[in-house]
Design a protein around this ligand. Sequence first.
Ligand code: DAH
Length: 335
Amino acid sequence: MSATISLQQLTEQLDQLEAEAAKAIATAASAAALEELRVGLLGKKGKLSAVLGAMGKLPGDERPVVGQRANVLKEQVQGLLSERLTAVKAAAMAERIAGETLDVTMPASFIPAGHRHPLISTIEEIVDIFSGLGYRVEEGPEIETDHYNFTALNIPPHHPARDMQDTFYLSEHELLRTHTSPVQIRHLETNPPPVRIVAPGRVYRRDAVDATHSPVFHQVEVLAIDEGLDFSHLRGTVTTFLQRFFGDLPVRFRASYFPFTEPSAEVDVQWRGRWLEVMGCGMVDPAVLEGLGIDPERYSGFAAGLGVERFCMVRHGIDDIRRLFTSDLRFLEQF
Ligand code: DAH
């Protein structure tokens, strides 16, 4: 570009640029298109720069004329660009608002929230009461050995008490535990007295199903071993617990027999107009303590096993244990 250029030519170019820019900006439809125009018009390699580059070829006294004109044009174009940008953005927003209608009468999306099964909340409540009395929570396996489930609890092979607690045998010595009492043995093996524990869990029995029996159910075991514990401690603890759980429900202690306690008792509460057995208890038999190497002359204690389903049924007025296992939401949602 060594050819000379006149002031008039340059001025015409600027006029042309002005008209061209105004038209392009007025029809640009997006922020991106406007940015592209800005670069093309005002950028370093843009059209205005090209005109200004040619300005150097004018005689010195004519240059300021073109320079001033170019500056005015630049400001003009910047003004048009920003005006148009505002308009384009407003139009985009208006379009979005028009497209996104909000129907406030539409039903909210329903996220069903679950809650605890009544058996679980019953266990939690029982455990809570005993925690308040200073008991710790322990757990044991559901697959037990013959030793922990029976023999160590003073139920040797062929003892008739085994008949009442028939269960599923996985091998000659492994079975599904019939009660939570084996946790007593497991705990005492590694924890010397004084001991105060509760052990909640699931147990299994070959029982015919009826309104109050299920082959799978839950128990909470209670065990306290210390110096000087006697039957009054057992009775006081059980009574306090029942009072806290049931309030003023009629309760009776009935003499009974368990191989691992002596003396033994069963506790009944009123349910649907009759007595319902809800727990067994007794003073831990000295033979059980001796088997664990604990001196029964020094230590004594009491134990109890509660049937969780029955506590739950009495508490909530449930008429049939099977309702607790059939997962019918119409039933479960009431708790
Ligand atoms: N394990 C007994 C059962 O399932 C209940 C029981 C009775 C537990 C007396 C005890 C107890 O700890 O002392 O029938």
